[in-house]
Design a protein around this ligand. Structure first.
Ligand code: GLU
Length: 369
């Protein structure tokens, strides 16, 4: 059974439009294959948490119609779906790796680590952990037991070539010497992203990891983890990042990036879905506008292109205008009334109905009314 997931971190005021594009591919691939789409909240970086973020992210996904089969809200067979509630699981697996000698305890202080990195920089070496605690592991274990010193658990990167297969990018090779002995379990008992994501994707039986290409440099570490645990690898698909029309990285400075902004402007959820479906993928007949049903019929994950797709809000508005023109006066009137009612503006139904024929050809989004 196909099982896909998105794993947002609640570190922003809403979900990024690029993450909605990723969520859509995951959702569509699961639905198309009669599988399951899972939402897991990755809230392990306690320093970056933003109050209200998780609620807003889940709400926006729901408004767009990307409903999860399993999530912190709906639960499921692999509950809990919030990483901060799974700490004992990560601890157990981190310790399993230590007992297999695939990971080790480290008690180096931040001061020592800073000094070590500064010295490496002076020598123009790549800054990486010097394995001081691995070399003295017996001593370190004794110290932890006796003084209850705080510690982290680090992954021992094996000295070998790491190969991984990406469904749309093919084989990618990484060299171990370029990878640092990654911290897996932090001194506060929380896992790092790498441990949390691998343990959960395995336990939650995720078959396809479809995520943005910004995570590609992390994937060799994940492959080492899967191998260290002796777990089968999932299928990896790293999607191209969305760009502004001038090809720069999508960022707040150029265009709004929070997904709810577009909904609040009166862009229809189905238009956001239709438009984002075209990011990194094209309809086999070159169509721009198609229904969700049609999308699910023709979409295939292997057809995703790796070249950077352009997210153009002007094109999104244009598409919304096309959807508006397909609606009957009644449908549009209801949507306009509801849109304004949510903002505590009660329009006169008769006036709305009368004016629709005058504006239907011209407006692009409901807020234009
Ligand atoms: N927590 C990561 C994020 O914020 C998840 C990345 C992944 O999908 O592995 O997007």
């Amino acid at each position: 059974m196909v099982r896909t997931r998105i794993a947002p971190s609640p570190t922003g005021s809403d979900i990024h439009i690029g993450n909605i594009a990723t969520a859509l591919k995951n959702w569509a691939w699961a639905k198309k294959n009669h599988g399951k789409f899972i939402i897991r909240i990755e809230d392990t970086d306690q320093t970056r948490l933003v109050a209200g973020s998780e609620k807003k992210i889940l709400e926006t996904l729901e408004r767009i119609g990307l409903k999860a089969d399993e999530s912190p809200l709906v639960g499921g067979p692999h509950s809990p779906y919030r990483q901060s509630e799974r700490l004992d699981i990560y601890k157990k697996y981190a310790e399993e790796l230590v007992s297999k000698r695939k990971a080790y305890y480290c008690v180096c202080t931040p001061t020592r680590l800073t000094k070590m990195r500064e010295e490496m920089q002076l020598k123009k070496q790549m800054s990486r952990y010097d394995r001081h605690c691995l070399i003295n592991q017996e001593e370190v274990i004794k110290q932890i037991k006796e003084n209850k010193t705080s510690f982290v658990i680090r992954l021992k990167i094996p000295d070998e070539k790491i190969e991984l297969e990406d469904l749309i990018r093919g084989k990618i090779t990484f060299q171990a010497k370029d990878i640092d002995d990654q911290v897996l379990l932090k001194s506060d008992g929380f896992p790092t992203y790498h441990l949390g994501v691998v343990v959960d994707d395995y336990l939650m039986e995720i078959t396809h990891i479809i995520r943005g290409e910004e995570w590609l440099p992390s994937t060799p570490k994940h492959v080492i983890l899967y191998k260290s645990f002796n777990w089968p690898l999932p299928i990896f698909v790293h999607l191209p990042l969305l760009r502004n029309p001038d090809k720069s990285k999508l960022s707040k400075r150029k265009n709004p990036v929070w997904a709810s902004y577009y909904l609040d402007q009166g862009i229809f959820p189905e238009v956001i879905v239709n438009y984002l479906a075209l990011m990194g993928w094209s309809h086999p007949e070159g169509k721009d506008i198609f229904s969700l049903e049609e999308y699910l019929k023709v979409f295939d994950i292997k057809d995703i292109q790796t070249s950077a797709p352009v997210f153009d809000p002007v094109k999104l508005d244009w598409m919304n205008g096309e959807y508006i023109r397909q609606k009957s006066i009644r449908q549009l009137a209801d949507q306009i009334l509801e849109f304004y009612k949510k903002q505590n503006i009660n329009l006169d139904e008769k006036v709305v109905e009368k004016t629709i024929p005058l504006i239907k050809e011209r407006i692009k989004k409901l807020s234009d009314y």
